[in-house]
Design a protein around this ligand. Structure first.
Ligand code: BJW
Ligand code: ZN
Length: 253
């Protein structure tokens, strides 16, 4: 892997616009579970159809709200890791760097990254299920090992409907303006790093393909093979927290 770095450095220093596209793997070293890890992943322990669809929320809002409140608590207590910090440093030292994330946590921002595009929403941005008005969360409850009891969602003070988590569930459209900005960045950049994502969930997973079609160099950082292997110019096998600081170091050396 280190032998790939000289060419990476050349490309990075020549790049006009770099995109960093991240998934759950970038937060794994902060203690936040990924989705599809075979044993520790959220979908190995919980059923997505019961928790991450609008139908699930309508069927059992207290089950879904409790699960997302549990996760909000875990994220509130987590800290950005070396990968988040390296990405924020790269944004400072490269002429233009756009961070696009599928993650609903705020660890990129807490590491110092700016203007992060959250394709799948954020846990902090709850809103009304019906009138879509934003709703301000209270402080997080102390985090438990797992959601133990159902928790009714608050009622919207305007229309009385349930408040829902501010995330994008399966079958829902991505926030339009965010998606358009992400697609524009992917088709404009000359280098895209895909970091810690299985590249299985669409339309987000299409961004590296769009970048490559427009001539960008696509580099992947992941300890495991992914659906992007056939498309990426380079796949750096390893943890984001180990590899990203080295890549950030190339920008300044
Ligand atoms: C490390 C590491 C370390 C570990 N360092 N790396 C085309 C074909 C087939 C299906 C579809 C299609 N187009 C759309 C669909 C349907 C669906 C979809 O894609 N399904 C697929 C799963 C088959 N897509 C949708 O429904 C999307 N909406 C949509 O298409 O709207 C249009 C529409 C509307 C109406 C009808 C029809 C279409 C919305 C998708 C929303 C996804 N939501 C979730 C939950 C968000 C809320 C929450 O947090 O609960 O988003 S699902 C989950 O997956 C979450 C993630 O953002 C997303 C991606 O996961 P990610 O980040 O890649 O995580 P993992 O776990 O999969 O991978 C982690 C990786 O990290 C692994 O590779 C590890 O190896 C690696 N790793 N440690 C670096 N230390
Ligand atoms: Zn409302």
């Amino acid at each position: 892997m280190p032998e790939d770095f000289p060419s990476l450095r050349e490309s990075l220093l020549a790049a006009r616009h770099v995109v960093i596209f991240t998934g759950a793997g970038v937060s794994q070293e902060s203690g936040i579970a990924t989705f599809r890890d075979r044993t520790e992943g959220l979908w190995a322990r919980f059923e997505p159809q019961e928790l991450a669809t609008p139908e699930a929320f309508d069927r059992d809002p207290a089950l879904v709200w409790a699960w997302y409140e549990w996760r909000r608590g875990l994220i509130a207590h987590a800290k950005p890791n070396a990968a988040h910090r390296a990405i924020a440093r790269m944004q400072q030292c490269l002429p233009r760097l756009t961070v696009i994330t599928q993650n609903v946590d705020d660890l990129h921002e807490r590491a110092g990254a700016e203007n992060v595009l959250h394709l799948h929403g954020t846990l902090a941005a709850a809103r009304c299920r019906r009138c879509h008005r934003p709703w301000q969360h209270s402080q997080v409850q102390p985090s438990a090992a797992a959601p133990t009891a159902p928790l009714s969602p608050p009622d919207c003070p305007h229309c009385g409907n349930h408040i829902r988590p501010g995330v994008v569930w399966f079958g829902e459209s991505l926030p339009m303006a965010t998606w358009e900005a992400a697609a524009e960045a992917a088709t404009d950049c000359d280098m895209l790093f895909s970091i810690g994502t299985s590249s299985l969930v669409y339309p987000a997973a299409d961004l590296p393909h769009q970048a490559r079609q427009r001539g960008a160099m696509v580099v992947q950082v992941n300890p495991e093979p992914t659906a992007l292997d056939a498309v990426a110019h380079q796949s750096l096998r390893g943890k984001a927290g180990d590899i990203l600081p080295t890549i950030a170091g190339l920008c300044v050396s």
